[in-house]
Design a protein around this ligand. Structure first.
Ligand SMILES: NC(=O)N[C@@H](O)C(=O)O
Ligand code: NI
Length: 166
């Protein structure tokens, strides 16, 4: 993998991720006390999008096997008819890989290290790499779209990239 372009990893922040979607985390600014003050509701952190034929929003659990590193990023995907969110259940850090769109193809991937209590909501049609779990099998609560049409577009890079380590 020596000849492949290396991708640096940045911490996941709301600002850096803004072009791609929302960071889902317990943001104090969104908190309201409910249930007689016994529960903190972190309200409306993100909105799920589901468009097209017979579109519905569904809730899933993805159990991701940990990726081996160095990891080759040889493809990206996107979902034209719906958003997709990933929220870690096991409080374990993971990696988020996204790209800007460049004329219908993903640009250079950007890699973010997400904390164990940080999720993301990819906006509809945002290029991202499939789930990258790190270190151990990890469960994620995933909210995305079910419906008609083909809700998956993939792009394979002519020259893959590499992430040296998590
Ligand atoms: N295939 C599937 O549902 N997973 C991908 O969309 C993903 O982003 O992990
Ligand atoms: Ni996806």
């Amino acid at each position: 993998m020596q000849d492949l372009e290396r991708l640096a990893i940045r911490p996941l922040t709301r600002e850096a991720f803004a072009p791609f979607g929302i960071v889902i985390e317990a943001d104090p600014a969104s908190m309201r006390l409910i249930n007689g003050g016994t529960t903190e509701r972190y309200h409306a952190l993100a909105e799920a999008e589901a468009v097209g034929e017979d579109a519905r929003v569904i809730v899933n659990i993805f159990r991701g096997s940990p990726r081996a590193f160095p990891y080759r990023v040889d493809m990206m995907e996107r979902h034209p008819f719906g958003s997709q969110s990933f929220s870690p259940i096991d409080d374990r850090p993971w990696l988020v890989v996204v790209s800007e769109d460049e004329g219908g193809r993903p640009g250079r991937p950007q890699v973010f290290r997400a904390g164990g209590r940080q999720g993301v909501n990819y906006r509809r049609n945002v290029w991202h790499h499939p789930l990258i779990a790190v270190g151990a099998p990890s469960d994620f609560l995933v909210v995305d779209r079910l419906g008609g049409g083909v809700n998956l577009e993939e792009h394979f890079f002519e020259k893959p990239f590499v992430i040296d380590g998590p």
